[in-house]
Ligand binder design. Structure first.
Ligand SMILES: [Fe+2]
Ligand SMILES: [Fe+2]
Length: 400
């Protein structure tokens, strides 16, 4: 079926340029062009659009507000901002309402890829209700402790990027948002960004201050505990899995990029649990209780109840936000890596093993069900006998 894409820009020349450039895609995309927000909203109300790509600066309602309205009326639509490079303030204002950010002029390949990736990620999740929930998520809340530290660091007269990067690197929600923005085409980096220190540098201290202090892009977790899982526990687990994945990657002499991706993918691998806990606390409590009673993995119980486990849910959200593909893949398959078509010592392998070893090292008493090692996958990679050495590397007090 053809995808329905709506482009919005108040400049006729820009719309004409897009029409010409995208003409070869007319068999794959059903394209419509609107010259203002009112026209765009009328089109969205009339018929479902897979994606809306909007200019930022428009008279009347601007792109950020338009996309916020699109989200209300059609939560399953992929929302993309296409803005002029010079306008950093406007770009930051769209940090909550847009899934992705592109900058003008945007080439055929970049535009096609952003739209196709955003739309095809939906296939990961079959339930329309869960899809809607992921598409509507603007932020992943932060642990109150790190949120408080970030605000204090940013308000301090001697705020430094190093301090900010250190705090962001400990928090799932902040890391996800900072990586979403720094990976956007707005900044024009060709390589995916998975190093949090680099990501904070790309944005700059002034932008992070604006995001946190005036645009309120970060938020705190309100409910610290739902029956069956404690938010603090997820944080501790995620941070340790990130650190373990980084140490295993180093032990395997992976390059710096893979090492960074392993850490970030480890930090974010269970972000889907937070998405369930924030959006569906009561239903999720029941699913966790059922998993416990039936002595089965909570990811299986989630898939049965919601049509997607936290792994697919988290990968869908992070993919939609434009995080690096290797990170999204590691999140998607961290419980069952053999489902991934690729076989290589990648961030996926490091995160899968780190998740298993973290549970083993800490013991699982009182926690959600322990992940199971995917023995076939590890054998196929030829690393099944490396587990003791990797556990040693993880538990060393001072990693190389
Ligand atoms: Fe998990
Ligand atoms: Fe985990």
């Amino acid at each position: 079926m053809k995808r329905k894409i709506l482009f919005v820009d108040d400049e006729v020349n820009v719309l004409d340029g897009l029409r010409r450039m995208l003409h070869p895609l007319r068999r794959e995309w059903d394209m419509e062009f609107a010259s203002n927000a009112g026209e765009a909203l009328a089109a969205v109300e009339k018929q479902f659009r897979d994606a809306v790509v909007s200019d930022m600066r428009m008279p009347g309602m601007d792109g950020a507000r338009l996309l916020a309205e699109v989200k209300k009326r059609s939560p399953e639509t992929v929302r993309i901002i296409l803005s002029g490079q010079a306008d950093k303030k406007a770009f930051l204002r769209s940090a909550l309402s847009a899934h992705r950010f592109l900058s003008k002029p945007c080439g055929y390949d970049a535009l096609r890829l952003a739209i196709d990736r955003g739309c095809s990620l939906r296939d990961l999740v079959s339930s329309p209700a869960i899809r809607k929930l992921v598409m509507s998520m603007e932020t992943v809340p932060s642990l109150p402790q790190w949120y408080g530290e970030l605000i204090a660091a940013l308000e301090s007269p001697d705020a430094s990027l190093e301090d900010v990067a250190e705090i962001v690197g400990k928090d799932i929600g902040m890391a996800a948002k900072i990586l979403q923005l720094s990976n956007s085409a707005y900044f024009g980096y060709r390589e995916p960004v998975a190093d949090i220190a680099h990501a904070t540098q790309i944005l700059g201290l002034d932008a992070i201050q604006a995001l946190a202090l005036s645009l309120h892009v970060f938020s705190e977790f309100k409910k610290r505990r739902i029956d069956g899982v404690s938010v603090d526990d997820i944080w501790e687990h995620s941070l340790t899995v990130g650190e373990f994945a980084r140490r295993i990657a180093r032990a395997e002499k992976a390059g710096p990029e893979a090492v960074n991706q392993a850490f970030v993918a480890g930090l974010l691998h269970d972000v889907g649990i937070l998405a369930f806990a924030v959006n569906l606390p009561e239903e999720y409590e029941k699913v966790l209780a059922r998993a416990k009673a039936e002595k089965t993995g909570h990811w299986r119980a989630e898939a049965e109840a919601f049509g997607a486990s936290h792994a697919e849910m988290g990968a869908y959200l992070m993919g939609l936000w434009g995080l690096p593909d290797d990170v999204v893949e590691a999140i998607a398959y961290h419980h069952r890596p053999s489902l991934c078509p690729e076989r290589s010592l990648s961030p996926l392998a490091f995160v899968h093993v780190a998740d298993v070893l973290e549970h083993e090292a800490r013991g699982c008493a009182g926690r959600w069900s322990a992940p199971e090692p995917d023995a076939d996958y590890l054998r196929e990679l030829g690393v099944a006998d490396r587990l003791p050495a990797w556990l040693d590397a993880c538990l060393k007090s001072d990693p190389a």
